[in-house]
Write a new protein. Structure first.
Length: 290
């Protein structure tokens, strides 16, 4: 979920340390030697930024700010007030910072309002969506990444366990955030984008659209010409995972040249999450609890 094109460029200097998170109640699950919890201090957040750099820059060829490139950390001003969900492999020798293998960045609506808004608002016009749900609390999921050797079912389960437990802990009503296709040519993803447009578009009270100046049409092929199996195989694993949970997709794709991606907006009301996933992870998010 990496996005940085044609929007306010925000960076955090290396001496602007993110606020630490209290240690109590921040561990959400374990599977074997893998654990998911929130980052507890600036060093752990910086280590998560280094993991993001390895994935977004070294693997996906993102072009970040000069400061981020020189420090080899993907960082911006949002890092200072977001919570950072980590997956930690305790079997790796060394300090805790060496054991972080995956991360998500979490931003609650009340925190976003107090700090200038949601990150996704630079690509999508989310204010009408929020205004239609004044009684609901939204949380934004972003900067999702996992190191190559850990792109396994266990890691994905722990990341979702963390997101689910966090949303329950804070009384969230819906999740949203940008998810990415590789590359900056939407037409290269015509089958997948068209499939999303025709089958899982967010409509009615959940409708949301890309900002007009960034909007790229997702309706690139008629529904009757789309091979469903081919479309599903063309979806990035993260997007497929969201769809299994019951997510919808906003209208319009956004090209992010800095991160070398084509983004779509995922919208997931908590009430829409498939019962089989709630049963699997536990209505109290207790399946993988320590």
């Amino acid at each position: 979920m990496a996005t940085e094109l044609l929007k306010r460029e925000v960076t955090v200097s290396s001496n602007q340390a993110p606020a630490p998170v209290p240690a109590s109640g921040d561990t959400f699950g374990r599977i074997g030697q893998l654990e998911t919890r929130l980052a507890r201090n600036a060093r752990e957040i910086e280590a998560a930024q280094a993991v993001r750099y390895r994935v977004f820059v070294e693997e996906m060829n993102a072009q970040l700010s000069p400061e981020a490139m020189s420090s080899k950390r993907d960082m911006d001003s949002y890092d200072a007030f977001c919570d950072h969900l980590l997956v930690i492999d305790h079997s790796i020798p060394g300090e805790i910072e060496d054991q972080i293998v995956g991360t998500y960045r979490l931003l609650r609506q009340d925190v976003a309002r107090a700090n200038g808004g949601f990150y996704s608002a630079s690509e999508y016009d989310i204010e009408p969506l929020l205004a239609r749900h004044p009684d609901k609390q939204f949380m934004e999921l972003g900067r999702s990444c996992v190191l190559p050797d850990y792109r396994t079912k266990r890691t994905v389960e722990l990341l979702w366990q963390g997101n689910w437990a966090y949303s329950l802990k804070h009384g969230m009503s819906a999740m949203f955030g940008c998810a990415s296709f590789s590359g900056v040519k939407p037409e290269e993803h015509a089958v997948a984008l068209s499939f999303l447009h025709h089958t899982v578009s967010a409509k009615g009270e959940w409708a949301v659209s890309a900002r007009p100046e960034l909007y790229n049409n997702m309706d690139l092929m008629p529904l009757e010409t789309i091979n469903t199996r081919q479309a599903l195989s063309a979806l990035p694993p993260l997007i497929k995972g969201y769809l299994r949970l019951g997510a919808m997709v906003g209208d319009g794709a956004v090209v992010d040249r800095a991160f070398n991606t084509t983004d779509v907006l995922i919208v997931l009301p908590i009430a829409s999450i498939s019962n089989r996933y709630i049963n699997y992870y536990g209505a109290d998010a207790g399946r993988f609890a320590g």
